[in-house]
Design a protein around this ligand. Structure first.
Ligand SMILES: Cc1cc2nc3c(=O)[nH]c(=O)nc-3n(C[C@H](O)[C@H](O)[C@H](O)COP(=O)(O)OP(=O)(O)OC[C@H]3O[C@@H](n4cnc5c(N)ncnc54)[C@H](O)[C@@H]3O)c2cc1C
Length: 468
Protein backbone atom coordinates (compact mmCIF):
# COMPACT_ATOMS: atom_id res chain seq x y z
CA UNK A 1 0.00 0.00 0.00
CA UNK A 2 1.45 3.37 -1.03
CA UNK A 3 0.93 6.67 0.81
CA UNK A 4 1.67 9.87 -1.06
CA UNK A 5 2.47 12.88 1.13
CA UNK A 6 2.25 16.28 -0.53
CA UNK A 7 4.60 18.73 1.21
CA UNK A 8 7.56 18.19 3.53
CA UNK A 9 6.51 20.61 6.25
CA UNK A 10 6.52 19.25 9.83
CA UNK A 11 2.99 17.95 9.33
CA UNK A 12 3.93 16.05 6.18
CA UNK A 13 7.20 14.73 7.61
CA UNK A 14 5.73 13.44 10.88
CA UNK A 15 2.82 11.83 9.01
CA UNK A 16 5.24 10.24 6.52
CA UNK A 17 7.40 8.75 9.26
CA UNK A 18 4.41 7.41 11.14
CA UNK A 19 3.13 5.78 7.95
CA UNK A 20 6.53 4.32 7.14
CA UNK A 21 6.75 3.07 10.69
CA UNK A 22 3.63 0.96 10.19
CA UNK A 23 4.99 -0.61 7.04
CA UNK A 24 3.54 1.48 4.21
CA UNK A 25 5.50 2.55 1.14
CA UNK A 26 5.72 6.33 1.48
CA UNK A 27 6.67 9.01 -1.06
CA UNK A 28 6.94 12.66 0.00
CA UNK A 29 6.73 15.31 -2.71
CA UNK A 30 8.16 18.73 -1.86
CA UNK A 31 8.16 21.81 -4.10
CA UNK A 32 11.29 23.33 -2.50
CA UNK A 33 14.84 22.01 -2.25
CA UNK A 34 14.80 21.44 1.52
CA UNK A 35 12.41 20.09 4.17
CA UNK A 36 10.55 21.92 6.92
CA UNK A 37 8.36 24.39 5.02
CA UNK A 38 7.49 27.22 7.39
CA UNK A 39 9.58 25.57 10.09
CA UNK A 40 12.57 25.08 7.81
CA UNK A 41 15.72 27.17 7.32
CA UNK A 42 16.97 28.75 4.11
CA UNK A 43 20.44 30.00 3.14
CA UNK A 44 21.00 33.62 2.23
CA UNK A 45 24.45 35.17 1.80
CA UNK A 46 26.11 32.43 3.80
CA UNK A 47 23.72 32.40 6.78
CA UNK A 48 20.82 30.15 7.70
CA UNK A 49 17.59 32.01 8.39
CA UNK A 50 14.27 30.64 9.62
CA UNK A 51 11.51 30.51 7.03
CA UNK A 52 8.87 31.09 9.74
CA UNK A 53 9.00 29.31 13.11
CA UNK A 54 11.83 30.34 15.42
CA UNK A 55 10.71 29.03 18.80
CA UNK A 56 10.52 25.27 19.20
CA UNK A 57 8.49 24.00 22.13
CA UNK A 58 6.76 20.73 22.92
CA UNK A 59 9.66 18.57 24.09
CA UNK A 60 8.45 18.17 27.69
CA UNK A 61 7.39 14.59 28.56
CA UNK A 62 3.93 13.96 27.09
CA UNK A 63 4.07 17.08 24.87
CA UNK A 64 3.63 16.64 21.09
CA UNK A 65 7.26 16.74 19.96
CA UNK A 66 8.38 14.41 22.72
CA UNK A 67 5.61 11.98 21.73
CA UNK A 68 6.63 12.26 18.09
CA UNK A 69 10.33 11.70 18.81
CA UNK A 70 9.45 8.62 20.84
CA UNK A 71 6.97 7.22 18.32
CA UNK A 72 9.31 7.79 15.40
CA UNK A 73 12.49 6.76 17.17
CA UNK A 74 14.16 10.03 16.17
CA UNK A 75 16.60 12.05 18.23
CA UNK A 76 15.68 15.65 17.59
CA UNK A 77 18.76 17.90 17.36
CA UNK A 78 17.36 20.36 19.90
CA UNK A 79 18.70 21.37 23.31
CA UNK A 80 15.92 21.62 25.94
CA UNK A 81 16.15 24.72 28.11
CA UNK A 82 16.47 24.14 31.87
CA UNK A 83 13.96 25.42 34.47
CA UNK A 84 14.64 29.04 35.37
CA UNK A 85 16.16 29.86 31.95
CA UNK A 86 15.05 33.32 30.78
CA UNK A 87 13.07 32.26 27.73
CA UNK A 88 11.44 35.52 26.79
CA UNK A 89 11.44 39.15 27.73
CA UNK A 90 8.16 41.03 27.29
CA UNK A 91 8.33 44.80 27.17
CA UNK A 92 5.21 46.31 28.76
CA UNK A 93 4.28 49.93 29.64
CA UNK A 94 5.20 49.08 33.27
CA UNK A 95 8.62 47.60 32.50
CA UNK A 96 10.31 44.40 31.33
CA UNK A 97 8.86 41.06 32.37
CA UNK A 98 10.76 37.82 32.02
CA UNK A 99 9.00 34.57 31.13
CA UNK A 100 11.09 31.86 32.71
CA UNK A 101 11.12 28.17 31.85
CA UNK A 102 9.26 26.12 34.50
CA UNK A 103 5.99 26.89 36.25
CA UNK A 104 7.45 27.60 39.67
CA UNK A 105 9.99 30.10 38.36
CA UNK A 106 7.44 31.79 36.13
CA UNK A 107 4.86 32.09 38.91
CA UNK A 108 7.40 33.86 41.13
CA UNK A 109 8.40 36.24 38.35
CA UNK A 110 4.74 37.00 37.64
CA UNK A 111 3.96 37.61 41.31
CA UNK A 112 6.90 39.98 41.64
CA UNK A 113 5.95 41.89 38.49
CA UNK A 114 2.14 42.06 38.62
CA UNK A 115 1.38 41.19 42.25
CA UNK A 116 -0.16 38.12 43.96
CA UNK A 117 -3.60 38.72 42.37
CA UNK A 118 -2.37 37.00 39.19
CA UNK A 119 -1.60 33.70 40.95
CA UNK A 120 -5.15 32.26 40.76
CA UNK A 121 -5.07 32.88 36.99
CA UNK A 122 -1.87 30.85 36.65
CA UNK A 123 -3.27 28.07 38.84
CA UNK A 124 -6.31 27.88 36.51
CA UNK A 125 -4.08 28.03 33.43
CA UNK A 126 -1.87 25.17 34.65
CA UNK A 127 -4.84 22.97 35.52
CA UNK A 128 -6.52 23.46 32.13
CA UNK A 129 -3.32 23.13 30.12
CA UNK A 130 -2.42 19.87 31.87
CA UNK A 131 -5.88 18.37 31.43
CA UNK A 132 -5.82 19.25 27.74
CA UNK A 133 -2.33 17.95 27.18
CA UNK A 134 -3.30 14.70 28.82
CA UNK A 135 -6.27 14.35 26.48
CA UNK A 136 -4.83 15.76 23.25
CA UNK A 137 -2.94 12.77 21.82
CA UNK A 138 -5.91 10.41 22.13
CA UNK A 139 -8.73 12.85 21.44
CA UNK A 140 -10.25 12.31 17.98
CA UNK A 141 -10.15 16.03 17.34
CA UNK A 142 -11.32 17.58 15.09
CA UNK A 143 -13.91 14.77 15.04
CA UNK A 144 -15.37 13.24 11.93
CA UNK A 145 -19.11 12.57 12.09
CA UNK A 146 -18.85 8.82 12.69
CA UNK A 147 -16.43 9.37 15.55
CA UNK A 148 -18.68 11.37 17.85
CA UNK A 149 -19.37 8.15 19.73
CA UNK A 150 -15.66 7.90 20.51
CA UNK A 151 -15.89 11.14 22.45
CA UNK A 152 -18.52 9.68 24.81
CA UNK A 153 -16.12 7.68 27.03
CA UNK A 154 -14.07 10.84 27.41
CA UNK A 155 -17.07 12.91 28.44
CA UNK A 156 -16.44 12.78 32.24
CA UNK A 157 -12.98 14.17 31.62
CA UNK A 158 -14.24 16.78 29.16
CA UNK A 159 -17.08 18.00 31.37
CA UNK A 160 -15.03 20.24 33.74
CA UNK A 161 -13.52 21.90 30.69
CA UNK A 162 -16.81 22.88 29.03
CA UNK A 163 -17.33 26.36 30.64
CA UNK A 164 -13.93 27.41 29.31
CA UNK A 165 -15.11 26.79 25.76
CA UNK A 166 -17.41 29.78 26.05
CA UNK A 167 -15.33 32.22 28.09
CA UNK A 168 -12.56 34.53 26.99
CA UNK A 169 -9.28 34.07 28.91
CA UNK A 170 -9.60 37.68 30.04
CA UNK A 171 -12.67 36.66 32.02
CA UNK A 172 -10.39 34.48 34.16
CA UNK A 173 -7.79 37.21 34.64
CA UNK A 174 -7.41 40.11 37.07
CA UNK A 175 -8.37 43.36 35.31
CA UNK A 176 -4.89 44.91 35.45
CA UNK A 177 -4.37 46.69 32.07
CA UNK A 178 -0.72 45.58 31.85
CA UNK A 179 -1.59 41.96 32.61
CA UNK A 180 -4.36 42.00 29.98
CA UNK A 181 -1.92 43.49 27.47
CA UNK A 182 0.62 40.81 28.38
CA UNK A 183 -2.01 38.09 27.74
CA UNK A 184 -2.97 39.63 24.43
CA UNK A 185 0.64 39.89 23.30
CA UNK A 186 1.49 36.32 24.27
CA UNK A 187 -1.65 34.90 22.73
CA UNK A 188 -0.85 36.73 19.55
CA UNK A 189 2.35 34.66 19.28
CA UNK A 190 0.79 31.27 19.87
CA UNK A 191 -2.95 31.67 19.25
CA UNK A 192 -2.95 34.57 16.77
CA UNK A 193 -5.28 36.73 18.80
CA UNK A 194 -6.65 37.68 22.18
CA UNK A 195 -10.03 36.53 20.87
CA UNK A 196 -9.44 32.92 21.72
CA UNK A 197 -11.63 30.91 24.04
CA UNK A 198 -10.23 30.35 27.50
CA UNK A 199 -9.49 26.65 27.20
CA UNK A 200 -7.34 27.03 24.14
CA UNK A 201 -5.69 30.13 25.58
CA UNK A 202 -4.66 28.16 28.67
CA UNK A 203 -2.78 25.74 26.46
CA UNK A 204 -1.30 28.46 24.25
CA UNK A 205 0.03 30.25 27.33
CA UNK A 206 1.80 27.07 28.39
CA UNK A 207 4.52 27.51 25.77
CA UNK A 208 7.39 28.10 28.25
CA UNK A 209 6.45 24.92 30.13
CA UNK A 210 5.89 22.57 27.21
CA UNK A 211 9.61 21.98 26.84
CA UNK A 212 11.12 24.85 24.86
CA UNK A 213 14.45 24.12 23.21
CA UNK A 214 17.20 25.79 21.25
CA UNK A 215 18.05 24.37 17.85
CA UNK A 216 21.70 25.02 16.95
CA UNK A 217 21.90 25.76 13.23
CA UNK A 218 18.22 26.64 12.97
CA UNK A 219 14.82 24.96 12.90
CA UNK A 220 15.64 23.33 9.60
CA UNK A 221 17.95 20.90 11.45
CA UNK A 222 14.93 19.31 13.13
CA UNK A 223 13.17 19.02 9.78
CA UNK A 224 16.29 17.41 8.29
CA UNK A 225 16.34 14.86 11.12
CA UNK A 226 12.67 14.04 10.45
CA UNK A 227 13.30 13.69 6.71
CA UNK A 228 16.17 11.22 7.21
CA UNK A 229 15.38 7.77 5.86
CA UNK A 230 12.28 8.94 3.98
CA UNK A 231 11.90 9.05 0.23
CA UNK A 232 11.52 12.80 -0.19
CA UNK A 233 11.50 14.05 -3.76
CA UNK A 234 12.51 17.71 -3.81
CA UNK A 235 11.64 20.17 -6.56
CA UNK A 236 8.51 18.08 -7.02
CA UNK A 237 5.49 20.33 -7.24
CA UNK A 238 2.13 18.62 -7.08
CA UNK A 239 -0.28 20.37 -9.40
CA UNK A 240 -3.39 18.20 -9.26
CA UNK A 241 -5.05 15.51 -7.27
CA UNK A 242 -6.67 13.07 -9.70
CA UNK A 243 -9.94 11.47 -8.62
CA UNK A 244 -11.94 8.46 -9.70
CA UNK A 245 -15.36 7.61 -8.28
CA UNK A 246 -14.99 10.09 -5.46
CA UNK A 247 -11.61 8.78 -4.30
CA UNK A 248 -8.11 10.15 -4.84
CA UNK A 249 -6.17 7.92 -7.26
CA UNK A 250 -3.00 9.82 -8.13
CA UNK A 251 -1.21 13.15 -8.07
CA UNK A 252 0.18 14.97 -11.06
CA UNK A 253 3.71 16.15 -10.35
CA UNK A 254 5.79 18.77 -12.20
CA UNK A 255 9.52 18.40 -11.47
CA UNK A 256 12.16 21.13 -11.37
CA UNK A 257 15.91 21.07 -10.82
CA UNK A 258 17.67 18.27 -12.66
CA UNK A 259 14.32 16.80 -13.71
CA UNK A 260 13.05 20.15 -15.00
CA UNK A 261 10.30 19.81 -17.57
CA UNK A 262 9.42 16.25 -16.47
CA UNK A 263 5.87 15.43 -15.40
CA UNK A 264 4.60 12.31 -13.69
CA UNK A 265 1.29 10.85 -12.59
CA UNK A 266 2.02 9.10 -9.32
CA UNK A 267 -0.66 6.69 -8.12
CA UNK A 268 -1.30 5.97 -4.45
CA UNK A 269 -3.75 4.39 -2.01
CA UNK A 270 -3.70 7.04 0.72
CA UNK A 271 -2.96 10.76 0.28
CA UNK A 272 -1.83 13.24 2.92
CA UNK A 273 -2.05 16.89 1.98
CA UNK A 274 0.31 19.16 3.87
CA UNK A 275 -1.10 22.01 1.77
CA UNK A 276 -4.65 23.23 1.19
CA UNK A 277 -6.54 20.79 -1.05
CA UNK A 278 -8.43 23.48 -3.01
CA UNK A 279 -5.71 24.39 -5.57
CA UNK A 280 -5.12 20.67 -6.22
CA UNK A 281 -8.82 20.18 -6.90
CA UNK A 282 -9.15 23.29 -9.10
CA UNK A 283 -11.20 25.10 -6.43
CA UNK A 284 -10.69 28.66 -5.18
CA UNK A 285 -9.06 28.93 -1.75
CA UNK A 286 -11.06 31.15 0.57
CA UNK A 287 -9.14 33.49 2.87
CA UNK A 288 -11.06 34.18 6.12
CA UNK A 289 -11.77 37.89 6.62
CA UNK A 290 -9.95 37.94 9.96
CA UNK A 291 -6.89 36.00 8.77
CA UNK A 292 -3.54 37.56 9.60
CA UNK A 293 -0.26 37.61 7.76
CA UNK A 294 3.34 38.13 8.80
CA UNK A 295 5.93 40.77 8.06
CA UNK A 296 9.39 39.53 9.02
CA UNK A 297 12.64 41.44 9.07
CA UNK A 298 15.76 39.28 8.89
CA UNK A 299 19.32 40.26 9.70
CA UNK A 300 22.73 39.32 11.06
CA UNK A 301 24.42 41.28 13.86
CA UNK A 302 28.20 41.38 14.29
CA UNK A 303 28.06 40.20 17.94
CA UNK A 304 26.61 37.36 20.04
CA UNK A 305 23.46 38.59 21.76
CA UNK A 306 22.89 37.25 25.29
CA UNK A 307 19.65 35.52 26.41
CA UNK A 308 16.73 35.94 26.47
CA UNK A 309 16.76 34.88 22.83
CA UNK A 310 13.09 35.75 22.41
CA UNK A 311 11.89 39.29 23.09
CA UNK A 312 8.54 40.91 22.55
CA UNK A 313 7.74 44.60 22.37
CA UNK A 314 4.18 44.93 23.71
CA UNK A 315 4.60 48.57 24.67
CA UNK A 316 2.97 49.78 21.48
CA UNK A 317 1.07 48.31 18.53
CA UNK A 318 1.73 46.38 16.41
CA UNK A 319 3.48 44.09 18.87
CA UNK A 320 6.90 42.97 17.62
CA UNK A 321 8.54 39.60 18.31
CA UNK A 322 12.31 39.29 18.05
CA UNK A 323 14.06 35.90 17.83
CA UNK A 324 17.83 35.67 18.18
CA UNK A 325 20.16 32.82 17.30
CA UNK A 326 23.80 33.38 18.28
CA UNK A 327 26.19 31.65 15.94
CA UNK A 328 29.98 31.87 15.65
CA UNK A 329 30.35 35.33 17.21
CA UNK A 330 27.33 36.72 15.33
CA UNK A 331 23.58 36.74 15.85
CA UNK A 332 21.03 35.79 13.23
CA UNK A 333 17.67 37.39 13.96
CA UNK A 334 14.08 37.42 12.76
CA UNK A 335 11.77 40.21 13.86
CA UNK A 336 8.12 39.50 13.11
CA UNK A 337 5.02 41.66 13.13
CA UNK A 338 1.44 40.60 12.50
CA UNK A 339 -0.01 42.49 9.58
CA UNK A 340 -3.47 42.70 7.96
CA UNK A 341 -3.46 40.80 4.68
CA UNK A 342 -5.69 43.36 2.93
CA UNK A 343 -2.93 45.98 3.32
CA UNK A 344 -0.72 44.07 0.88
CA UNK A 345 -3.29 43.36 -1.80
CA UNK A 346 -3.82 45.15 -5.13
CA UNK A 347 -0.68 47.32 -4.93
CA UNK A 348 1.39 48.54 -7.85
CA UNK A 349 5.09 47.65 -7.79
CA UNK A 350 5.96 51.13 -6.47
CA UNK A 351 3.24 51.09 -3.81
CA UNK A 352 4.38 47.67 -2.65
CA UNK A 353 8.02 48.81 -2.43
CA UNK A 354 6.97 51.89 -0.48
CA UNK A 355 4.81 49.89 1.97
CA UNK A 356 7.60 47.38 2.49
CA UNK A 357 10.07 50.19 3.27
CA UNK A 358 7.57 51.72 5.72
CA UNK A 359 7.09 48.43 7.54
CA UNK A 360 10.84 47.83 7.60
CA UNK A 361 11.35 51.22 9.28
CA UNK A 362 8.51 50.47 11.72
CA UNK A 363 9.93 47.04 12.55
CA UNK A 364 13.39 48.48 13.15
CA UNK A 365 12.04 51.14 15.47
CA UNK A 366 10.08 48.57 17.51
CA UNK A 367 13.01 46.15 17.44
CA UNK A 368 15.55 48.74 18.65
CA UNK A 369 13.69 48.83 21.97
CA UNK A 370 14.37 45.11 22.30
CA UNK A 371 17.97 45.08 21.10
CA UNK A 372 19.76 48.35 20.40
CA UNK A 373 21.86 48.31 17.23
CA UNK A 374 19.45 46.17 15.21
CA UNK A 375 19.56 48.62 12.30
CA UNK A 376 23.27 47.93 11.79
CA UNK A 377 22.56 44.37 10.71
CA UNK A 378 24.03 43.07 7.50
CA UNK A 379 22.47 41.52 5.51
CA UNK A 380 19.06 43.04 6.34
CA UNK A 381 16.01 42.01 4.32
CA UNK A 382 12.27 41.52 4.76
CA UNK A 383 9.51 39.05 3.91
CA UNK A 384 5.92 40.25 3.47
CA UNK A 385 2.63 38.35 3.13
CA UNK A 386 3.32 38.31 -0.62
CA UNK A 387 6.69 36.65 -0.07
CA UNK A 388 5.06 34.02 2.16
CA UNK A 389 2.29 33.34 -0.31
CA UNK A 390 4.86 32.67 -3.03
CA UNK A 391 7.08 30.59 -0.74
CA UNK A 392 4.30 28.40 0.64
CA UNK A 393 2.29 28.09 -2.58
CA UNK A 394 -1.04 28.89 -0.95
CA UNK A 395 -3.49 31.78 -0.78
CA UNK A 396 -2.13 33.02 2.53
CA UNK A 397 0.21 32.12 5.34
CA UNK A 398 -0.84 32.85 8.88
CA UNK A 399 -3.77 31.94 11.01
CA UNK A 400 -7.08 33.21 12.19
CA UNK A 401 -8.45 33.91 15.65
CA UNK A 402 -9.50 30.85 17.61
CA UNK A 403 -12.86 32.34 18.45
CA UNK A 404 -14.54 29.01 19.18
CA UNK A 405 -13.46 25.36 19.38
CA UNK A 406 -15.28 24.31 16.22
CA UNK A 407 -13.46 26.68 13.93
CA UNK A 408 -11.34 24.20 12.01
CA UNK A 409 -11.35 22.58 8.59
CA UNK A 410 -12.11 18.88 8.12
CA UNK A 411 -9.23 16.44 8.36
CA UNK A 412 -10.75 14.01 5.87
CA UNK A 413 -10.98 15.67 2.48
CA UNK A 414 -11.94 12.53 0.53
CA UNK A 415 -12.39 8.96 1.80
CA UNK A 416 -8.66 8.34 1.23
CA UNK A 417 -7.23 11.88 1.31
CA UNK A 418 -6.43 13.66 4.57
CA UNK A 419 -5.37 17.15 5.51
CA UNK A 420 -2.29 17.34 7.69
CA UNK A 421 -0.43 20.26 9.24
CA UNK A 422 -1.55 23.75 9.97
CA UNK A 423 -4.45 23.35 7.58
CA UNK A 424 -6.06 21.48 10.49
CA UNK A 425 -5.02 23.91 13.23
CA UNK A 426 -4.41 27.19 11.35
CA UNK A 427 -1.43 29.21 12.54
CA UNK A 428 -1.17 27.30 15.78
CA UNK A 429 2.50 26.39 15.82
CA UNK A 430 4.63 23.30 15.36
CA UNK A 431 3.27 21.25 18.33
CA UNK A 432 -0.27 21.59 16.88
CA UNK A 433 1.01 20.59 13.45
CA UNK A 434 2.57 17.47 14.97
CA UNK A 435 -0.72 16.59 16.70
CA UNK A 436 -2.49 16.97 13.36
CA UNK A 437 -0.18 14.34 11.88
CA UNK A 438 -1.06 11.82 14.63
CA UNK A 439 -4.69 12.63 14.04
CA UNK A 440 -4.64 12.27 10.24
CA UNK A 441 -2.62 9.05 10.28
CA UNK A 442 -4.82 7.39 12.87
CA UNK A 443 -7.95 8.40 11.02
CA UNK A 444 -6.56 7.19 7.70
CA UNK A 445 -5.34 3.84 9.01
CA UNK A 446 -8.62 3.29 10.79
CA UNK A 447 -10.57 3.94 7.61
CA UNK A 448 -8.23 1.87 5.48
CA UNK A 449 -9.07 -0.97 7.83
CA UNK A 450 -5.44 -1.30 8.81
CA UNK A 451 -5.62 -0.24 12.41
CA UNK A 452 -4.97 -3.12 14.71
CA UNK A 453 -5.25 -5.70 11.92
CA UNK A 454 -1.68 -6.82 12.13
CA UNK A 455 -0.29 -5.35 8.92
CA UNK A 456 2.53 -3.54 10.62
CA UNK A 457 3.05 -2.42 14.17
CA UNK A 458 0.65 0.33 15.23
CA UNK A 459 1.63 0.30 18.87
CA UNK A 460 4.23 2.97 18.11
CA UNK A 461 1.50 5.51 17.43
CA UNK A 462 0.77 7.68 20.44
CA UNK A 463 -2.72 7.48 21.86
CA UNK A 464 -5.03 4.68 22.74
CA UNK A 465 -5.75 2.37 19.78
CA UNK A 466 -9.34 1.98 20.97
CA UNK A 467 -9.90 5.55 19.85
CA UNK A 468 -8.94 4.88 16.24
C1 LIG B 1 6.37 34.18 10.50
C2 LIG B 1 5.99 32.92 11.22
C3 LIG B 1 6.51 32.65 12.47
C4 LIG B 1 6.16 31.47 13.13
N1 LIG B 1 6.73 31.22 14.36
C5 LIG B 1 6.50 30.04 14.97
C6 LIG B 1 7.23 29.69 16.14
O1 LIG B 1 8.08 30.45 16.62
N2 LIG B 1 6.99 28.47 16.71
C7 LIG B 1 6.10 27.59 16.17
O2 LIG B 1 5.94 26.48 16.73
N3 LIG B 1 5.40 27.89 15.05
C8 LIG B 1 5.60 29.08 14.42
N4 LIG B 1 4.96 29.38 13.26
C9 LIG B 1 3.98 28.42 12.72
C10 LIG B 1 4.68 27.22 12.06
O3 LIG B 1 5.78 27.66 11.33
C11 LIG B 1 3.70 26.52 11.15
O4 LIG B 1 2.48 26.29 11.82
C12 LIG B 1 4.22 25.16 10.69
O5 LIG B 1 5.57 25.22 10.31
C13 LIG B 1 3.35 24.68 9.53
O6 LIG B 1 3.73 23.39 9.20
P1 LIG B 1 2.92 22.56 8.12
O7 LIG B 1 3.47 21.20 8.13
O8 LIG B 1 1.47 22.68 8.33
O9 LIG B 1 3.10 23.28 6.72
P2 LIG B 1 4.23 24.06 5.93
O10 LIG B 1 5.37 24.37 6.80
O11 LIG B 1 3.53 25.16 5.22
O12 LIG B 1 4.73 22.99 4.87
C14 LIG B 1 4.09 22.75 3.65
C15 LIG B 1 5.12 22.26 2.66
O13 LIG B 1 4.46 21.97 1.43
C16 LIG B 1 5.26 22.41 0.36
N5 LIG B 1 4.38 22.65 -0.78
C17 LIG B 1 3.52 23.66 -0.99
N6 LIG B 1 2.85 23.50 -2.14
C18 LIG B 1 3.30 22.33 -2.68
C19 LIG B 1 2.97 21.60 -3.85
N7 LIG B 1 2.05 22.04 -4.70
N8 LIG B 1 3.64 20.45 -4.10
C20 LIG B 1 4.58 19.97 -3.23
N9 LIG B 1 4.92 20.64 -2.10
C21 LIG B 1 4.28 21.79 -1.82
C22 LIG B 1 5.89 23.70 0.89
O14 LIG B 1 7.06 24.03 0.15
C23 LIG B 1 6.18 23.30 2.34
O15 LIG B 1 7.44 22.72 2.48
C24 LIG B 1 5.27 30.55 12.55
C25 LIG B 1 4.74 30.81 11.28
C26 LIG B 1 5.09 31.98 10.61
C27 LIG B 1 4.52 32.24 9.24
Amino acid sequence: MRAVVVGAGFGGLVAARLLKGVGLEVVVLEAHTYPGGLAGSFYHRGFRFEAGATLLSGLAPGAPLALAAEALGVRLPATPLPPGFPLMEVLLPRGRLLRLVGREAEREAQRDFFGPQVLPFWAWQEDRAQRLLDLAPRLPWPPEGEELGLLLPLFPRLLPLLPDLFLRPQARAPQDPDFLRFLEAQLLISAQTQASYALYAALALDLPHLGPALVPGGMGRVAEALAEGLEVRYKAKVERLLLREGRARAVEVAYGGRRRGEREVLAGDLFFLNIPPEPLLGLPQRVPKDAWGAFVLYGVLPFEAPPPYYRQNARERPFAFLSLRPEGGKTVFALSLHTPLALWEGLSREEYARLKAQWQALALRLGEALLPGLGEASPLFAATPRTYRRFAGRAWVGGYPQTHPFRFPRVRVLPNAFRVGEGVFPGQSVPAVVLSAFRAVRLALGRAGLAGKGEGDYSALPGDPTYW
